[in-house]
Design a protein around this ligand. Structure first.
Ligand code: KIV
Ligand code: ZN
Length: 516
């Protein structure tokens, strides 16, 4: 990369992103997202917090075993047990990182940790030393750095670098910073810490005031060379800095930034869709880069300008971030070879030939109903095929709904449960409600429906609806997905998918743990 320095992209969708309330991911879903991040050439993937639960440990282990081209990072509090657990989970990684953290702000030290600053400093150093004895790449975060005393921060940072930290990450944990002040903090830390040249300075900004991306970019201009971010800006509370916005701001404004990333930007939109589909967090239409309207021109003046010369109103090319302009890709007569080849072009791979065959059968079914199949349809189809779990206990066999003006909607459902067909009928306030009630009569999941969302995958009335259903059973949250040109069928499939996850223990991989 010529004379420009490299900006390291550390993605924390699988860790901080999963802390978004309800953004649950199973181990296999985390692996699918990690593979997409690897294709995008993300440098570091923070895969989870192994000490938080057995599920999170297994997810980090699975990601570490599946990804070869990105460094896999595991989070650990500054405790011996957490750090050893992180190292264990990372054992199979081609390149590993332990990320340990301890709060340094007066309010966190006094009220949460009940420790003096000297004790915090000592514990941070001990944690980094231990981590470094287990892994040659160690990141340390002084949690709530944005509200910490800069003099104390300088002492802690100098000490952890001496103890072996290779990356020092400055988190604005509560999203309190504003850009010029955060930039000044980063600049002064780099200037004042005597051994700052021995570590990469990183930032991790939360979006409580809507400033996460602005703060991160200001920090980059002040010398930070790693940004922690997430796909679609997912993350605790209002989320983290969004990866797509950071990457495209730096790429588009090379006249301003002294660095660039290695990200393959064409993977941005497919990865955004995948994350949205798996987590059940829709992307708002006006979201920068990945929103459906991000490259749409409504006003006549704009349309006219773009047709005459694209750059009159466009600062980026839609295709450079993975929006396809020529999107009609396959139809009813397309064969298996064309199907497989298009999936490969989209970076979609299946774990087995059986899954590919299953996806092809679904494609043929879809092509019978829908004249033109777009890339987005293929993505949804692939997501559905690979989110279906092995050993699914419940399958949707038959669904019929009757909905007419002046009548109460009614649904008849047949499910196969552990291989036995079961039937139910129910009324509801609408056809979806009636279908869910009929399914519940059979499965009796005793869960609460906490989210139901439908997204149109493409345009037109023959578009597939992509449905997410979120169920909560005593605090265990699962997301189910379904897609079909008939949104009632898509909804029933999503509900059944969620029930299967509940029954297979596919809940969020870790509960909230005090301290983060
Ligand atoms: O926001 C935060 O401070 C964190 C740390 C664990 C880096 O997520
Ligand atoms: Zn965070």
């Amino acid at each position: 990369m010529s004379e420009k320095s490299k900006l390291i992209i550390s993605d924390t969708t699988l860790r901080d992103g999963e802390q978004s309330p309800g953004a649950s991911m199973t181990r296999d879903e985390k692996v699918r997202i990690a593979k997409a991040l690897e294709r995008m050439r993300v440098d570091v993937i923070e895969a989870g917090f192994p000490a938080a639960s057995g599920g999170d440990f297994e997810a980090v282990q699975a990601v570490a075993g599946a990804v070869r081209d990105s460094r896999i990072c595991a989070l650990a509090r500054a405790h011996e047990q957490d750090i050893r657990r992180a190292a264990e989970a990372l054992a199979d990684a081609e390149a590993a990182r332990i990320h340990t953290f301890l709060a340094t702000s007066p309010i966190h030290m006094e009220k949460k940790l009940k420790m003096t600053p000297e004790q915090v400093l000592e514990q941070a150093v001990r944690a980094v030393r231990l981590a470094r004895s287990l892994c040659d790449d160690v990141e340390f975060s002084p949690e709530d750095a944005g509200r910490s005393d800069p003099d104390f921060l300088c002492r802690v940072i100098e000490a952890v670098i001496d103890a072996g930290a290779t990356t020092v990450n400055i988190p604005d944990t509560v999203g309190y910073a504003v850009p010029h002040q955060f930039a000044e903090l980063i600049r002064s830390l780099i200037e004042r810490v005597p051994n700052s040249d021995k570590a990469i300075f990183s930032v991790h900004c939360h979006n409580d005031l809507g400033l996460a991306v602005a703060n991160s970019l200001a920090a980059v201009l002040a010398g930070a060379r790693q940004v922690e971010c997430t796909i679609n800006g997912l993350g605790e509370r209002a989320g983290n800095a969004s990866l797509e916005e950071i990457v495209m701001a730096v790429r588009t404004r090379q006249d301003v930034f002294p660095c660039d990333t290695d990200i393959n930007t064409r993977e941005i939109v497919p990865t955004s869709r995948l994350v949205s589909n798996i987590t059940g967090f829709p992307v708002q239409p006006n979201k920068a880069i990945v929103g459906a309207n991000a490259f749409a021109h409504e006003s006549g003046i704009h349309q006219d300008g773009v047709l005459k010369h694209r750059e009159t109103y466009e600062i980026m090319r839609a295709e450079d971030v993975g929006w396809h302009t020529n999107r009609m890709v396959l139809g009813k007569h397309s064969g298996r070879a064309a199907f497989r080849s298009r999936l490969q072009e989209l970076g979609i791979t299946f774990e087995s030939e059986e899954q590919l065959n299953e996806a092809f059968a679904r494609f043929k079914e879809l092509a019978d109903k829908k004249h033109e199949i777009f890339d987005e349809d293929l993505q949804a189809l692939a997501t559905e095929t690979s989110t279906e779990l092995e050993n699914e206990r419940v399958k949707l066999v038959f669904l019929s709904v009757c909905s007419q003006t002046g009548e109460t909607p009614r649904a008849k459902v047949t499910l196969s449960v552990d291989g036995v067909e079961r039937h139910a009928e129910a009324e509801g306030s609408g056809p979806v409600d009636a279908s869910f009630k009929a399914i519940e009569q059979i499965v009796a999941s005793e869960s609460e429906l906490v989210l139901y969302s439908v997204n149109s995958i493409t345009t037109g009335t023959d578009a597939q609806g992509e449905v997410t259903v979120r169920l909560d059973k005593g605090g265990r949250i699962v997301n189910g997905q379904g897609a079909d040109t008939d949104i009632v069928i898509a909804s029933a499939r999503a509900y059944v998918n969620a029930v299967n996850k509940l029954w297979q223990g596919g809940s969020r991989t870790h509960p909230q743990v005090g301290g983060i």
